[in-house]
Ligand binder design. Structure first.
Ligand SMILES: *Cc1c(COP(=O)(O)O)cnc(C)c1O
Length: 388
């Protein structure tokens, strides 16, 4: 039987008339330079691609704060970068301690199990709190682990691991390879790969970097790369094998066809970050996020994570009683043109504060949209205060 050609609508008739402001947990708005770069195609081998990959590595050293040369781009989501780390450092007979705070930290455990590693999951003593060094020490002092995984910011619930530096330094000194998920946080707040003893750190394009989705970045310390190089158990991942990625990124040979447009977009995104400098970028993010949090509290809303471990790059807000979060998101998006995120479990909505999201005009528009939508759904701060 022949399948007849379907009749398809033009793209413009599918997309909203005016673009929505993406203020959720990612993807985030991209600068014009990034969008332009993403529209170009060049050869995936030879000059100028070699100049692009070398520059991406040089800028990668800056954003990860590492002198390691083992920095690779990955054609895939941030989860693919995570998978490159887990599948190359773990196999049957190796062990990992997973610090599990929620959806994304849990993904580490799933990927480790998939390559038959022995997985120990640690959950925080206090619900919704960051891991403390002492909780982690209890585990590390009792048993040897080959790898420890930790997320800098658990985007799913808006909690930040505030003792990441101490935990990484402690584990690293014990010879444990430390793998950090900095997907929602890199370039929005400090992270020092070398100084903190981090062995692998990765991020996606569509969050803090304000680039396009589908191209990610990862850095391996020399120590971690050596483990991968010396493993005798065959790596079950071909696309995500760091040794093969190294061929393209360091030796400029073919591995698979690189996502050329996405790499050009990433080049522009990183160039803008380098131009802004990390210090200025951290300050912009902190100021913007704290400004937003002030507005939300002033509106009478409760923020989900306690202030001491609150993640500034994605702010989780408790949905007020009697408000339906689905209705709220729909109203904000369709009537006011601002998209924010729901959540996977808890009754929260989340506002992203990553990269281009952290611009005063975007915060203003988002707070305005949220206030108007909430009012239309019957929420009023005055009423609540009166009732209490
Ligand atoms: C978004 C996110 C991921 C997953 O990123 P994908 O690009 O969807 O694979 C992983 N970890 C954290 C902390 C995230 O915020």
């Amino acid at each position: 039987m022949k399948i007849a050609a379907p009749r398809m609508a033009k793209l413009d008739s599918i997309l909203p008339d005016s673009p929505r402001l993406l203020m959720g947990a990612g993807p985030v708005p991209i600068p014009a330079e990034v969008a332009n770069a993403n529209g170009r195609v060049i050869n995936h081998l030879g000059h100028p691609m070699n100049a692009i990959t070398s520059s991406l590595q040089e800028m990668g050293k800056y954003i990860f704060q590492t002198s390691s040369s083992k920095i690779f781009g990955i054609s895939g989501p941030a989860s693919a970068a995570m998978e490159m780390a887990m599948s190359s450092l773990l196999w049957e007979g190796r062990s990992v301690l997973v610090l599990n705070l929620g959806t994304f930290s849990n993904r580490f455990a799933e990927q480790a199990k998939a390559v038959k590693a022995e997985v120990t999951e640690l959950f925080p003593k206090h619900h919704m709190r960051a891991f403390t060094l002492s909780e982690v020490c209890e585990q590390l002092d009792n048993k040897h682990f080959d790898v420890l995984t930790i997320v800098q910011g658990e985007t799913s619930c808006g909690v930040k691991n505030i003792e990441l530096e101490q935990i990484a330094k402690y584990a690293s000194a014990m010879g444990v390879l430390v793998v950090v998920d900095a997907v929602s946080t890199l370039t929005t707040m400090p992270l020092e790969m070398d100084l903190w003893g981090i062995d692998v750190v990765f991020t996606g394009g569509q969050k803090g970097l304000s680039s396009v989705a589908g191209v990610s970045m990862i850095a391996f310390s020399e120590r971690a790369y050596k483990v991968v190089k010396e493993r005798t158990v065959i790596n079950s991942h071909w696309c995500l094998d760091p040794i093969k990625a190294n061929e393209f990124w360091c030796n400029k040979n073919y591995h698979y066809t690189a996502p050329v447009s996405g790499l050009l977009a990433l080049y522009e995104a990183l160039r803008l970050i380098v131009e802004e400098t990390l210090e200025a970028r951290f300050k912009r993010h902190l100021d913007c996020s704290q400004g937003l949090q002030h507005c939300l509290v002033a509106m009478g809303l409760d923020l989900y994570a306690p202030v001491e471990c609150r993640l500034n790059s994605v702010v989780a807000i408790e949905v007020p009683e009697k408000i339906d979060s689905k209705q709220l998101l729909k109203l904000m998006s369709e009537k006011y043109g601002v998209e924010i995120s729901g959540a996977f479990g808890a009754n929260i909505v989340r506002i992203g504060q990553m990269g281009e999201q952290c611009r005063p005009e975007n915060i203003e528009k988002t707070v305005g949209a949220l206030a108007k939508a909430l009012a239309e759904l019957g929420f009023s701060k005055a009423k609540d205060t009166f009732a209490a």
